[in-house]
Design a protein. Structure first.
Length: 313
């Protein structure tokens, strides 16, 4: 059994990355599988698929290929043994947090489906209007740009992400919608590809995950150099210790006021208590005055002389 060598976190500092669609993969599929953590997990020892998570009836399948260019493959079928109605693939650069947009929607659809009818929104026909699938992008300010005839492209304000939709006639298993992010290149370009019969609301859920403003955490070295200047990185680490300083005169006055308020809070506040305290104060003052007068009066007796003093004379 292999063990992972410890390393100094200073060599692999954590950072928060924004926008999230440029964060890339962290090498783990945990975020993508989190919404379906309660579904059956199948760890496969042979073949390229290392982990397969299925709905309880196995109509939805989420495969993770840890070493392939196509890292994720997600399908939905009318029956466990039937051919997929649609397929979605995510390459190895796609952040798992964006995959989670789709898996979250699938988990919700499955929870709402009638187990006896064998239906579910995850098998619905796509909308006739392309805008329904990308509405989260247009509402976030992404704009349509020029594209080849029969296709359309919508691009993010920073120009570093977009969606390409192929509206030309196609068969049911043709790839018609591609969400992309990052500069061109196998190390930097994230892609999520959906076939023709993918329900529009599932594509929209994935697109919404791309526009989510929440930052995602990565180790800095996981970001390619070609991308680092395109993102905002916020260091994550222990709080910087505060250097102690000598108290100022204002600090001293504030402390005195705080202590006075504390003493006042501890002092009896009822009228009876105040009268008793006042009487005690007057009695103590009167006793001190009488003692002082008797000590200085002419008829006052001198203090007693101890035997040792008398013998010493």
């Amino acid at each position: 059994m292999s063990t992972q060598l410890p390393y100094d976190q200073r060599d692999f500092p954590d950072v928060l990355v924004s926008p999230r669609y440029l964060a890339g993969s962290n090498g783990s599929g945990e975020a993508g599988f989190a919404p379906v953590a309660h579904w059956p997990h199948h760890h496969l020892d042979e073949g390229p698929c290392q982990l397969l998570v299925t709905s309880p009836d196995q109509r939805i399948r989420i495969g993770w290929f840890g070493d392939d260019f196509e890292l994720w493959k997600i399908t939905a079928s009318p029956e466990a043994v039937s051919a997929p109605r649609w397929t979605a693939t995510f390459n190895h650069v796609t952040p798992a947090e964006i995959v989670a947009g789709l898996t979250t929607a699938l988990a919700n659809d499955y929870a709402e489906a009638d187990p006896y009818e064998g239906n579910g929104r995850f098998l619905a026909n796509p909308s006739l209007y392309w805008a329904d699938a990308v509405r989260p992008l247009t509402e976030a300010g992404w704009r349509r740009e020029a594209a080849e005839r029969g296709t359309l492209e919508i691009v993010a304000p920073d120009g570093q992400a977009g969606v390409l939709i192929d509206n030309r006639l196609s068969t049911w298993d043709d790839e018609t919608v591609t969400l992309w992010a990052g500069p061109p290149g196998w190390r930097t370009r994230a892609e999520a590809v959906f076939t023709a019969r993918t329900p529009s609301h599932l594509i929209a859920a994935t697109a919404a995950a791309m526009t989510d403003p929440a930052q995602v955490i990565r180790e800095r070295h996981q970001l390619p150099r070609e991308v680092q200047h395109l993102v905002t990185l916020t260091p994550v680490g222990p709080a910087v210790p505060q250097i102690s300083r000598a108290p100022t005169s204002l600090d001293v006055r504030r402390t005195a006021v705080t202590q006075a308020v504390h003493r006042a809070a501890c002092t009896p506040q009822t009228a009876a208590d105040l009268r008793i305290m006042a009487a005690r104060s007057r009695a103590a003052t009167s006793t001190q005055i009488r003692s002082s007068k008797s000590a200085h009066s002419p008829g006052a007796l001198p203090p007693a002389i101890s035997p040792a003093q008398r013998h010493s004379r």
